[in-house]
Design a protein around this ligand. Sequence first.
Ligand code: FES
Ligand SMILES: [Fe+2]
Length: 470
Amino acid sequence: MTMGGLPGHEAASEPHEANSLDGAGPNVEYCTMAFQGYMRRAVPAADPELTQIGPGTPCGEYLRRIWQPVIMANRLEDLPVAVRMMGEDLVVFRDGSGAIGLLNRHCSHRGASLEYGVIRERGISCCYHGWHYACDGTVLDIPGEASGSRIRDKVIHGAYPTREYRGVVFAYMGPPGTAPDFPIYDTYGLPGIEAVPFHLTIPCNWLQVYENTQDPVHVLHLHAQATGVQFAQSNAVRQLYDFMPTPLGMMNLQVRRMGGRAWVRTVECMLPNANQTGAIWEEAEAEKVFQRVGITRWVVPVDDTDTAILGWRWFGRDVDPRDQGDRAKVGFGSIDFMGQGEPRPYEEVQRQPGDYEAQVSQRPIAVHGLENLASSDRGVAMLRQLVRQGIRRLAREGRLDQPATDDVIPTYTQDSVLPLPQGAGDDEAVLMAFGRALVAAMLEDKSVGHAARAARIRAVAADHVAGRQG
Ligand code: FES
Ligand SMILES: [Fe+2]
């Protein structure tokens, strides 16, 4: 394994095994020497299995097996839109009949871009010689050909099936015939909650954006301590945390002491690249049993070094009791909370960096071989492991297990703020036992009805407290 005895070379030889959760990485023999710049110049390759998403790559195949968001539906007007996703150049449009086409951008005739095409009642025509395609890629007409020409029957242009849902256009980019049902999560249908679509882009690899959602420690440091409180004051309260699998992926559990109550937050990743996060400005000042999500989003690769974050911000009293959200700021290229890539002067982003600066500055593709994962990175390590397992399972079995979606699918992101008196003894142990009891109840309960799930959480929390006191 060692190449020349220099630590950088060791790392280069095994790029994704050089880090270690117990600190016993290959560089350990040099740990006592100061001034190590000379030793640490080598930059090994990023982990290709998890970070390369182009056509034919293992991770690209994995991410193509679910419905992925492509564009906000309100951007589809009278002109086609050039888009790039999963390393493919595409064009998306809504034709005169209302159908949405997602087609390979370059015309099957001689390659002119269909972003200059003419939208028809049915499909789109290329600007150059008029080849006319339906939304499924079939050739409807070739104006320059004689009536007996057979070429129209021999060519089918590349196209992907689409589905419009709550103002977002989704596409299935996997092999024909393998599309799963479109998943409907239980967070979509809650009364009094409004979905507002958004679409952000960030110039770095998808994985480092996605794994940020399983990194609860950055909430305390980046968002509350490093340069002041960015969202809620409650983010400055040190959280206890743990990580666990869910039926759709994994989640982190965060527990904080808030006076005579415990604030139990869970944040779930629905593999391969979806996430739901709770209220942005949650102050945990009032009792609440089972508050759901402020964001549902997919972290979609544009290519290996650019990523789209597409989904919905959810608005309503239940997820924003202080009415701090701003629907007007949520849309294409913007969202209503700081640090997500909004234009800011360089000095300002240095003085108050946000998620965007932290993630982009990890390099265009974060190099796992140079990291030193700590115990607080267990969630990041677990997420990478689950993604890797999914990639390998697909390669081995040719399919992914996906929920049958005749029914609404239960998800597990939530906030509870419930009584938990502070007693004698180790309060951290008390808090974590309470958090774990609530998580266990949530995971055992297979129902999707909000009221039933909330009632069960309230009952389990009360029983837990009574048990401690009894
Ligand atoms: S290049 Fe598109 S019709 Fe000729
Ligand atoms: Fe963050």
